[in-house]
Design a protein around this ligand. Structure first.
Ligand SMILES: NC(=O)c1ccc[n+]([C@@H]2O[C@H](COP(=O)([O-])OP(=O)(O)OC[C@H]3O[C@@H](n4cnc5c(N)ncnc54)[C@H](O)[C@@H]3O)[C@@H](O)[C@H]2O)c1
Length: 325
């Protein structure tokens, strides 16, 4: 096996694993998660191994058995779920990341991808075109673990020469599996409700502007960063973004197709998290160093989401892989 993906059945892992298997061959990519894939997701029926990343011994024996060249460490607890259980978020995101870095160091893994998040920013960071290098004082436990994860991976790069690379993802929009409990999940749920003809109750206010990326751009960005020659990288953690939008922008796009789509707003605890995050980020270092450029803006994302969510729901109306479905 050449590649290990942890957290392989999450929102990103499901599609990244599918993509990596298409690229390297199914027998070269090991999918690992603490739970089985959801019925109806592209990972259902595919081979996988049970792995709890907080279990250092389990990781150690997996890396002893297989000589992985690359690890994509996606196992994590995200912002919304993290605020519901901060201790669990600390444990999975900190202990899990440390365990993966240590196992990779001991076993000479060639390259690691450790995603970070716009949650590293906080009230003291500039909210518009937030620079790559700025004050990082997040208010959420998720953000705290992501800042610490960035510092830790840079330590492993400098101290041990491990080749670790990271992207600070914004909210990610996709249709193949349910998002895992983040502050931007509404941007997936809203499409599913529109297609099903159901009223949507949004947990953020209409004007809450945040940066987003479509999954197809996420996969392209991960590939581009992982393939970039190390000498081109001026840093290890990069801001990245596709476009910025608020719930009102999504509603306007959806109503071009579903004119009577009804939405109400009931902000919950995630509003405070969103209010501490950037409205937009400056990803010019990623553009300059390894040629990042997004292909999907809000209008293209909306068209693609409505098309694919409709197809999925027509084929299997009871499919559990989509939120609210
Ligand atoms: N989705 C987004 O909008 C977004 C935005 C910014 C950053 N990220 C980052 O990208 C990475 C992947 O995110 P995602 O959206 O796919 O998350 P997700 O919640 O959809 O998936 C995470 C996966 O990790 C697994 N997991 C949880 N605890 C585990 C453990 N102890 N051991 C092994 N597996 C465990 C879960 O079962 C799940 O399948 C995370 O590091 C996340 O912080 C995601």
């Amino acid at each position: 096996m050449r590649v290990l993906v942890t957290g392989a059945f999450g929102q990103i892992g499901t599609e990244l694993t599918e993509h990596l298997r298409a690229m390297h061959g199914s027998d070269q990519v090991m999918a690992a998660d603490i739970r089985p894939p959801r019925a109806g997701s592209p990972a259902a029926g595919q081979p996988w191994v049970h792995l709890d990343v907080t279990d250092a011994r389990a990781l150690e024996s997996l890396l002893t058995e297989h000589r992985f060249e690359t690890i994509y460490h996606l196992a994590a607890i995200l912002s919304g779920k993290g605020e519901e259980n901060p201790q669990a978020a600390y444990h999975v995101n900190m202990t899990g990341t440390m365990n993966v870095l240590e196992a990779a160091r001991k076993h000479g893994v060639g390259r690691l991808f450790l995603p970070s998040s716009i949650a590293v920013f906080g009230q003291d960071s500039p909210r518009d075109m937030t620079p790559n290098e700025t004050v990082l004082r997040p208010g959420s436990m998720y953000g705290i673990t992501k800042v610490a994860g960035e510092l830790l991976l840079e330590y492993y790069v400098q101290r041990y020469g491990l080749d670790v690379r990271s992207l600070r993802f914004p909210g990610i929009i996709s249709y193949k599996t349910e998002p895992g409990g983040g502050t931007t999940d509404y941007a997936v749920d809203i499409f599913v409700h529109a297609v099903q003809g159901r009223r949507y109750r949004c947990f953020l206010t209409e004007g809450t502007r945040l940066p987003f990326m479509y999954m197809k751009d996420v996969i392209r960005a991960v590939d581009a960063l992982m393939d970039a020659p190390a000498e081109l990288l001026t840093r290890r953690c990069y801001n990245i973004s596709g476009f910025s939008a608020d719930p009102g922008d999504f509603i306007r796009e959806i109503r071009r197709v579903y004119g009577d789509f009804a939405v109400s707003f009931k902000p919950d605890f995630r509003q405070d998290i969103a209010d501490s995050w950037p409205r937009s980020v400056d990803d010019s270092p990623a553009r300059q160093d390894w040629g990042w450029h997004p292909e999907y803006d809000l209008s293209r994302v909306s068209q693609d989401m409505l098309k694919h969510v409709s197809q999925i729901l027509q084929q299997a109306p009871g499919l559990g892989c989509l939120p609210g479905a």
